[in-house]
Write a protein that binds this ligand. Structure first.
Ligand code: SF4
Length: 165
């Protein structure tokens, strides 16, 4: 995969339809600049807050593309995440040149490596929470509590994923 040639294999596109990758600190300003927008406008129109929960219960907030289920400017909660807002109708990445760090990694690797990447991105955000706080007025609020409907939606999404394996 190169900046000119994004991977459009079924596995990568399926990931874009299920759960967008996470940005690293500083990347949102670069992506916004590429689109000629302020970071705040970029966040309000296209991004949402996701979080990484540690065993001790501590949450680290990270910046992610929003999805069909997670409104821009909002908070990822206990819901199936859905299709990335940047995935075009012909299943291409609409911000390929400035896609999140996690999306730019080689996803054709064992699940354990993917989890390590996820964790290391969250670790990087620990000392950059000010970047999230500056964009997200609700910073510090806990993620939304799951509802029964959320739980059922998540169950159906998991069953749907299993059917695709
Ligand atoms: S930013 Fe691009 S590569 Fe990442 S999930 Fe969205 S469409 Fe896919």
């Amino acid at each position: 995969m190169t900046p000119e040639n994004p991977c459009t294999c079924p596995g990568c596109v399926a990931a874009c339809k299920r759960k967008p990758g996470w940005f690293m600190p500083g990347e949102v300003a670069q992506a916004a600049s590429l689109l000629g927008m302020s970071a705040q406008d970029f966040f309000d129109r296209y991004l949402a807050i996701d979080y990484y929960a540690r065993e001790e219960g501590e949450l680290t907030n990270v910046l992610s593309p929003a999805t069909t289920n997670i409104e821009p400017g909002g908070y990822f909660g206990f819901r199936p995440h859905g299709r990335c807002v940047f995935l075009t109708t012909d299943d291409r990445c609409g911000i390929h040149a400035a896609k999140p760090f996690e999306c730019a990694q080689d996803l054709h690797r064992p699940e354990s490596d993917f989890q390590n990447i996820h964790t290391s991105i969250a670790d990087t955000w620990v000392d950059h929470q000010d970047e999230v706080r500056a964009l997200f007025p609700g910073y510090g609020e806990p993620p939304p509590e799951p509802t029964i409907v959320d739980g059922l939606d998540m169950l159906f999404a998991m069953l749907d994923d299993l059917g695709r394996l």
